[in-house]
Each structure stands twice: as structure tokens, then as C-alpha cells.
Design a protein around this ligand. Structure first.
Ligand code: FES
Length: 187
């Protein structure tokens, strides 16, 4: 009983009592905690991080490609063409239901021009992206290419360009002829 009564006795700390001191400590801690929460609210409402996927990717260096080459970048579903004028990047995603079509092949009796066929439902595309046959509702898009400061080829699949757009080896954007497939060397 004596010890219990002693614990309720307020001992002076300077001019403060222990109870008042502990009270201030408690309120101070609460204020600090609330301040920390309030500081975090703007970042919660508008986080600095963005989780949107990037639209640009590297596909090597210009010197990695031979003139006349058509290189599928399967992971990114894009075809890179190295033409005598420069580079082009064409989507490999069929505009019907999104399958990957096969790379372009030489003219055939049925399609007497360079063309690519989608294995899913038979859409056929010309080298300039036009639909030659099948259910695809619209042409294939071409994507903008650029050279990074360290000289690598970069595709941006959020930016489309006309089929007459080329990126030169030096990194200049130029206008050229509509590609008809004569710029591909079939082995
Ligand atoms: S997805 Fe290519 S033709 Fe249907």
C-alpha cells in the first residue's frame, strides 16, 4: 500500500511536476507523429514514381545492320528495316486481333508483291503497312526511331510516323519513297 501510494506522488523536476512533464512528452510525440503523416499525404495523393511502362527501347547500333536487312525484334514485336536510305521500324502486331505476323517474304502468285502473312486469320500486309487481304481493319503503324547520345538506335512505339519516314545512319529524319519491298534482300 505504501509503495502504491508513493507511485502517485508527483515529484518535482525543476519547476515541473513529473505528471506535467510526461503529459507534455505525450502531446509532443503525438504532434510529431501527426506532422509526419501530414507530410506524407501529398506523396500518397501524387506519388513521384510512375508505373507506366516505358515506350522506348534500344535495338542495337546502326553498324549492327546490313543494308537490305529486315530484322524482327520478337520481344518488342517490331521489324527493323535497314534500307539504302536509312532505318524504319514497323509494328509486328497484326491489327486484327494482335497476333505476330511472319516476316515479309517475296512476291507469290496470289500476292505479286513483297508481303507478310498473319498466321492467325490470314491477314496480308504490304511492306508499307497497307492491308492487302484478310480481316485486318487497318494498316500496320511505323514507329519513330532516333539515335541516343551514345549512338544507339532507339524505337519509340508511342510515336507513329508515315511509311515514307526514314532515320539516316547519322540520325537525321528524312522523307523518302513509299517502301515497296525492293529494299529487302531475301537470302
Ligand atoms: S490476328 Fe492477324 S489475322 Fe487475325
Amino acid at each position: 500500500m505504501e509503495a502504491e501510494r508513493d507511485s502517485t506522488i508527483e515529484l518535482p523536476i525543476g519547476s515541473l511536476t513529473r505528471r506535467r512533464f510526461l503529459g507534455w512528452l505525450g502531446w509532443g510525440s503525438l504532434a510529431l507523429a501527426l506532422g509526419g503523416i501530414a507530410q506524407g499525404i501529398p506523396f500518397y495523393l501524387k506519388p513521384r514514381l510512375t508505373y507506366e511502362p516505358t515506350t522506348t527501347f534500344i535495338v542495337g547500333r546502326p553498324s549492327d545492320y546490313q543494308v537490305g536487312e529486315m530484322r524482327p525484334i520478337e520481344a518488342k514485336r517490331v521489324l527493323i528495316f535497314r534500307t539504302p536510305l536509312g532505318f524504319q521500324a514497323l509494328s509486328m502486331t497484326c491489327t486484327h486481333l494482335g497476333c505476330s505476323y511472319k516476316p515479309f517474304g517475296p512476291p507469290t502468285r496470289e500476292y505479286p508483291v513483297v508481303h507478310a502473312v498473319c498466321p492467325c486469320h490470314g491477314s496480308v500486309f504490304a511492306r508499307d503497312g497497307r492491308v492487302l487481304g484478310g480481316p485486318a481493319p487497318k494498316p500496320l503503324p511505323f514507329y519513330r526511331l532516333s539515335l541516343t547520345p551514345d549512338g544507339r538506335l532507339q524505337v519509340d512505339n508511342a510515336q507513329t510516323v508515315p511509311s515514307t519516314w526514314y532515320l539516316t545512319v547519322e540520325g537525321q529524319e528524312i522523307e523518302g519513297p513509299t517502301p515497296d519491298g525492293s529494299d529487302i534482300k531475301f537470302s
